[in-house]
Design a binder for this molecule. Sequence first.
Ligand SMILES: N[C@H](CCC[C@H](N)C(=O)O)C(=O)O
Length: 277
Amino acid sequence: MKFTKMHGLGNDYVYVNCFEETIENPEELARFISDRHFGVGSDGLILIHPSKVADFEMIMYNADGSRGEMCGNGIRCVAKYVYDYKLTEKTEISVETLGGIKYLELNVKDEKVESVKVNMGSPELAADKIPVKSQNQKVMNEPIDVEGITYHMTCVSMGNPHAVIFVNDIKDLDLEKIGPKFENHERFPNRINTEFVRVIDKETVEMRVWERGSGETLACGTGACATVVACILNGYTNDEVTVHLLGGDLQIQWDKKENLIYMTGPATIVFDGEIQI
Ligand SMILES: N[C@H](CCC[C@H](N)C(=O)O)C(=O)O
């Protein structure tokens, strides 16, 4: 099977062009190929398919083989793949995902995609749609107990579920210990992606993320969008924010008039490969 290793700010996936390849058991392939010792090594697997309702379809699997509804860093890499490998000449494309059809603007330099602006759609705040168990319609700075400590979370879906936790310091977090406790907490029927965020000023935040099905990653596009929505709802930032992630920066904007979230960031091809499956 031919594949391409790509990343968005270090959030790395193995990409397969399913116009050319047929994948029998993608969950099993995701688990094998993501393994950083016995496989290629990645945060998961992303399949690029034809679509009946958009230019392309993105199907994304986490490293544990579970399917994610949407992947922000991944969809920017899909855009780079289809343009740089000449599956399209368009610099505005649509991509079908489980989280709905997304519209992308490709910023091209010397015939290669350098960065991508993604219309990530509208954030979902209704607790039962995220889903998260709560007495309230929306989960805004609600307490949640993990390992004997009470955190306060704001929950947002960007197609996939997120719990945003504001902290004073993101460096001294023991994510390996508390990440899985949040991910598998009984309040999240479909598990959860958890962002730990320090607000720096009205235009700048920094965050780390423990991803459902993949653990700590260097960046998370949908997580950065959920983070900015939570910041704005809590009055911590303006509507345009630079999000510092371990792997680099994303620009996130909530167009309140249209109720649309825009994410702008890079996409990188690391190498092409072939693997016996
Ligand atoms: N890394 C992805 C998010 C993956 C989310 C996945 N872990 C899930 O199960 O929702 C991003 O850049 O948006």
